[in-house]
Design a protein around this ligand. Structure first.
Ligand code: COA
Ligand code: MG
Length: 291
């Protein structure tokens, strides 16, 4: 299930943190993920669910997507989390630690059983070794008609924990896995979001990491702190130069003399119809961004 909504800056908020929840509704992020999973202590799960429910029933949802991350369906808190999230009717339910298409099918089945409307999407965290290995199957599953899967989310902290990998400077060692996620997402027709950056005070380092994520092809970045929003919005929006270049390409192919051509020369460079498609996409994305 593909939408054109921008997902450049996607902020996690622990459902147990009332103050942060209230603040999230006022921030300029594209989406908010209300977390019932790892940001909520085991003893606070019930209270967090109730807070999420109350908050979602009152908040003005316009201007951004609202997502609820639940605990694993097969685990101790999964069913109650799922029912609470389903009842709140978010734009999507984010499934943690997805290890293959079965996890998506189970959640889809649960949504069918509760007569969930088609627009209630599923997002999937890719954050375990098995989840990485099963990426091709996940992408294939996303191609099924009526699949609710809309977006993959990199869980880099869990991947590092589960594998023992040390990311290294510039996340060099994580690179192959990040690239596989982007590739799988594109193969499945899905959006894909880069993992969080834990050091929310160092915004220069964060800007570098955001630019890297954008260059790898991610649609946006998951965030943990409001200070990161502006930086992520800037990094994942097309630049003024990119917009100007795309506009030139569209204009060139619009000329009568180029109407029947598959390839043209523009400012000394070869430009093909595939570049026109790319330019159209970039301009549509720029148009869709509310800022
Ligand atoms: N969403 C919304 N508001 C947030 C926020 C978030 N994720 N993180 C912090 N804020 C708010 C604070 O409530 C505070 O609000 P105020 O100005 O009204 O007082 C303001 O932003 C400044 O916060 P600050 O004091 O700098 O941070 P903190 O010590 O309160 O919180 C964290 C730091 C890391 C605990 C917090 O940012 C957080 O919980 N982040 C999300 C963690 C998460 O969800 N992890 C799971 C996925 S990885
Ligand atoms: Mg995780």
């Amino acid at each position: 299930m593909k939408t054109n909504r921008p997902r450049r800056a996607v902020l996690y908020v622990p459902a147990s943190n009332e103050k942060a929840l209230a603040k999230a509704a006022t921030l300029a992020c594209d989406a908010v993920i209300i977390d019932l999973e790892d940001a909520v202590a085991p003893g606070a799960k019930q209270e967090a669910r109730e807070r999420m429910r109350a908050f979602m029933s009152e908040v003005d949802r316009s201007g951004r997507e609202w997502i609820v991350r639940i605990n694993q369906l097969s685990g101790e808190w999964g069913t109650e989390d799922f029912l609470a999230a389903r009842g709140a009717m978010p734009d999507a339910i984010l499934l943690p630690k997805v290890e293959g298409p079965v996890d998506i099918l189970m959640a889809e089945e649960a949504l069918e059983q509760t007569d969930a409307p088609e627009k209630l999407a599923l997002w999937a965290m890719v954050e375990t070794p098995r989840g990485m290995i099963e990426l091709p199957a996940l992408a294939a599953g996303a191609r099924r008609p009526f699949s609710r899967l809309g977006c993959l989310v990199a869980g880099t902290n869990d991947l590092v924990k589960e594998t023992g990998l040390k990311p290294g400077p510039g996340r060099a060692n994580l690179m192959p896995w990040l690239l596989q996620m982007v590739l799988a997402a594109r193969a499945g027709g899905l959006d894909v979001l880069d993992g969080v950056s834990n050091d929310f005070r160092d915004l220069d380092a964060f800007a570098t990491e955001c630019r890297q994520g954008a260059e790898l092809g991610f649609d946006g970045k998951t965030l943990i702190h409001p200070a990161q929003i502006e930086v992520a919005l800037a990094a994942f929006s097309p630049s003024v130069e990119e917009i100007a270049e795309a506009t030139r390409i569209v204009a060139a192919f619009g000329l009568a003399e180029n109407a029947g051509k598959g390839v043209i020369s523009l400012d000394g460079r070869m430009v093909e119809r595939l570049h026109l498609e790319q330019a159209d996409k970039l301009l549509a994305k720029a148009d869709h961004n509310p800022d």
